[in-house]
Design a protein around this ligand. Sequence first.
Ligand SMILES: [Zn+2]
Length: 488
Amino acid sequence: MRLLMTICLLAAMPWTASAAPTWQTISSEPGKRIEIDRANLKRENNTVQARGRVILDKELIDSRSGAPYRIIEAITRYDCSTRSAMTIKRIFKKNENDTVREEESKGVDLPVRTGTLDDKVLREVCRPPKDNPAELAQKASEAAGQLKQANEALLKKELARTEKPETLRIADGGHLSGPDVNETERAAIPSIRPKLRVAAESAKEIPAPVPQQVKEIAPNKATRFTTRSTGHAPPTRAKKAASKVEGYMLEMTQFQLEAATQHALIHWDYEGAGGPDNWSKLDPQNKTCATGDRQSPIDIRDGIKVDLEPIKFNYRPSTFRITDNGHTVQVEVGDNSISLTGKTYELVQFHFHRPSEEKVNGQRFDMVVHLVHKSDDGHLAVVAILLEHGNENPFIQTLWNNMPLEKNQPVDPPTATIDLNALLPASRNYYTYMGSLTTPPCSEGVLWLVMKQPAQISQDQINIFGRLYKNNIRPIQPTAGRLIKEGR
Ligand SMILES: [Zn+2]
């Protein structure tokens, strides 16, 4: 009975009294869980003020304080009669007890769309109590106890698991790379990890001319889920959508997550609302995608035939990490580089497109591998190896054998190794031109080195990639008078 009274009292108390929260999970999806605090629903006429939180599997870095956080709490007022919502406050937390930053919101009341996460919360908090108060309180008390225990256990488990969390991803040539490697892993796989760390650290600094837009975090499934399911933000109104989201607890939270990782509100894609025509509108940082005049890919033709300096490939057998990042299959290896014009470019990652993004004399190839390298002073050099159907490619087979089952869940095969020398065509002759990343933010100043001789890949291997990505290419961009060199 005393318990019952406590519950009743708590329910009547305002936020400031901070009643012990009773978190109830209302949505659980890969990468995050969304909960509301049942014990602190504050009802007034048709409005309910609710505290909700998103618990992420992996920590993110707060862009303002630089501190990691994994829980975002938001206090939002829902109007049950008009189905609108306004976020009042957000709190970024490292864990249950440590607050990273609090943020008052100047949100406005905005309609909640059907099917969104806010819609779920709204339905939950606006549901009228049916049972008599005593029964309800009894049920609440029982449920609260169970939920609290379950949530605490879950949180404890998750916090323990992420004691050494994966945080920022390393930068690359516009594609998304796997999570940074933590200390344990570095120690476990010394052969490649130190280099990965170097790449990660140099990437974090991002000197000119590859600006910091290059730094990106791999999108998680949750991101895609949210942005897609909300149908929020038709790209032509992307800017408007960004401000529209202000009032939403969960969508704004998502916005914050993405802002923290310098990411766009809508996720870029190869088709639909996030497609290439709209990349520049998704994020101001993608402006170059529309305004740049040295963009990639191009149709490589009419090059001047000259003697080109041979590329020195410092490739060696390496263990690797493979990730399906939602745009492509990407592989990271350590301790591989190329040398050209007195400069060494470390291999950051390589990834695949189907078909080839670049054309040669108007012709596309079945696929292409882009090996993204970065020099110490931040310049990018991408080696493109065109793939045409023919014999099975053992190098690619090793990768496909280890293909991740889930997106954004990197696989580190413990024993398998790859040797990029095996992927290189016999002839090392190449085309070269200055271009850009072929993915947002489309940064320019990228040295492209497209091998003239294609490597072979079996139709089965092409089909396997096609099961994941049928058409992950950016359209051909205008050459706009750029000089193309062709090794003779
Ligand atoms: Zn690429």
